[in-house]
Design a protein around this ligand. Structure first.
Ligand code: SAH
Length: 259
């Protein structure tokens, strides 16, 4: 069968460098799960290294041409190819509440949505690793005070330890993307339950960063906080000045304020 023709609207940039593929597969610790789901396998450059590991490899791919290609070339993937859109897919159709790792050289056009979906399913995903455009991989791992620190950093790091691993040049893809790529890994914290309302935490973080240049006193106005609470010093800060722990504390205070 012919190679798959790259389709721009599906974010298809096929990795050509085998050693990068191997290094991405090796980001998995293989601890705490028996299954791995690869998002967007394309022609299987990363998949083949996953298949060498002592783990059940599943793939989910939106492009039917790639699905056909994988079926022809990888016998070991038989019955493990999910021909669907990851963003619309209910993980439990196949995984039924089990723990699984998620990996990929991801489609960059939906990077943030992939991370948000992982957070939604965090109870089942102890490990998540792979390649994004460099800025997104960095954002996930940045700490307070940095320009890239934002919603993704705080939400991901509230539940996961995140690690930026290595940078990948645009020249090892066909066709080359316009941006550099970065490989990162997220490992779920042993205790990842928050000591505050998770829903409110998400709201506070998102609302604060929607106006990242303003102090919290201004950006969080829409949450109708009491004047007494708004006197608290933390409201003098801008969102990038708060650590994850401080965002959790802030959420606790807002919760106690009775919103
Ligand atoms: N992993 C391959 C391909 C990377 S390109 C490689 O490294 O060469 C990104 C892949 O994600 C493409 O195969 C594309 O078809 C697939 N993809 C894009 N959107 C998707 C979605 N919503 N769900 C599942 N796969 C998707």
């Amino acid at each position: 069968m012919e190679k798959v023709k790259a389709k721009k609207h599906l974010g298809q940039h096929f990795l050509k460098d085998e050693s990068v593929a191997q290094n991405i597969a090796d980001t998995l610790s293989l601890e705490g799960y028996e299954d791995v789901l690869e998002i967007g396998p394309g022609m299987g450059v990363l998949t083949k290294y996953l298949l060498e590991k002592p783990i059940n490899t599943y793939v989910i791919e939106i492009d039917t041409e790639s699905v056909e290609y994988l079926g022809v070339h990888y016998d070991k993937l038989k019955d493990k190819i999910i021909s669907q859109d990851f963003l619309k897919y209910d993980i439990n159709e196949v995984f039924k509440g089990k723990q699984l790792a998620i990996i990929g050289n991801f489609p960059y056009n939906i990077s943030t949505q992939i991370v948000f979906k992982v957070l939604e399913y965090k109870n089942q995903i102890p490990e998540f690793s792979g390649m994004f455009q460099k800025e997104v991989a960095e954002r996930i791992c940045e700490k307070k005070g940095s320009k890239a620190y934002g919603i993704l950093s705080v939400l991901a790091q509230a539940f996961y330890d995140t690690e930026y691993l290595f940078t990948v040049s645009e020249h090892v893809f066909d066709p080359p993307p316009k941006v550099k790529s970065g490989v990162m890994r997220m490992r779920r914290k042993e205790d990842y339950s928050l000591p505050c309302s998770e829903k409110l935490f998400f709201t506070v973080v998102k609302t604060a960063f929607q106006q990242r240049r303003k102090t919290l006193r201004n950006s969080l106005k829409t949450l109708n906080l009491s004047d007494i609470l708004r006197e608290d010093e933390v409201f003098n800060l801008r969102p990038e000045q708060l650590s994850v722990a401080q965002f959790i504390e802030l959420t606790q205070k807002i919760e106690a304020d009775g919103v």
